[in-house]
Design a protein around this ligand. Sequence first.
Ligand SMILES: CC[C@@H](C(=O)O)C(=O)SCCNC(=O)CCNC(=O)[C@H](O)C(C)(C)COP(=O)(O)OP(=O)(O)OC[C@H]1O[C@@H](n2cnc3c(N)ncnc32)[C@H](O)[C@@H]1OP(=O)(O)O
Length: 253
Amino acid sequence: MAESSLYIDPKQYAVITLNRPHKLNSISKNTIKELDNHLTEVTNRHDLKFLIITGNGEKAFCSGGDLNDFHGEMSEQEAYKTLKPMQEIIYKLATLHIPTIAWLNGLARGGGLELASACDFRFATPNADFGFIQGKLGIATGWGGGTLLYERINSNHAFQWMIESDIKTTSELLTIGFFQKEINDLTISENHEALKPYIDRSVEQMRHWKKQRLNFMELNLMKKRMEDEVRTCSKLWVSDEHKRAVKQFLSKK
Ligand SMILES: CC[C@@H](C(=O)O)C(=O)SCCNC(=O)CCNC(=O)[C@H](O)C(C)(C)COP(=O)(O)OP(=O)(O)OC[C@H]1O[C@@H](n2cnc3c(N)ncnc32)[C@H](O)[C@@H]1OP(=O)(O)O
């Protein structure tokens, strides 16, 4: 069964849904391939105004990399080979030709927040919590999402969040500007109040504003920084602290 889906609405927006609610929409190697296909399809469409990424179910947006696939016993080289494809997806998403919205229907951890950071906007349910917890796992962001976090919020907040690796509420994240809107009604539709301004604009406007935003970002530098993150995370992946943390999570079963 597909682990994600792409839906194109007649109102000219696309929705990618992570579809592994029983695993809290964690991202497996297979999900990564599917996401790549979805993004290619969206990139080839010239009639879309914006893209939404969300998770199926009420509990989770995305709990990060699937720790069965991204397991603790990989060598540094294997870790790099495993992490790199998702970093590439995150880069593609961050530089997509139309605005993107992470629709955080539930909790997010680790790479789930890297995915959210790749989007231009983050709208979130009040009934969930969110953590860049990589620090507590003995690693650092492995998909380039640390670089993007610095693009999205004040650098002091980004720096502190990654070091402290704490779990934050929706209202805390609205306060520091990581979230732009709180959404109580989670159903994505053309009638949703939060989406109305995005639907009301034209394709040309949306593409222009996204291009303008990207012009203000140093994309080559950003790409290099994201690559550095993958390399650093791959090194940390083989640390005892990280192996212990993954083992502990997997043995919970
Ligand atoms: C690899 C990339 C790296 C990066 O670059 O950042 C990362 O993403 S590191 C971060 C990886 N993610 C995590 O460490 C989070 C792991 N999950 C949890 O800590 C907990 O699931 C939770 C988010 C705190 C929720 O806890 P709880 O409500 O008790 O639910 P369960 O733990 O019982 O989860 C239900 C179900 O889902 C499976 N699950 C959840 N997250 C993952 C995951 N990341 N990888 C694999 N499987 C995951 C969990 O094992 C349960 O499955 P079953 O036991 O089969 O029911």
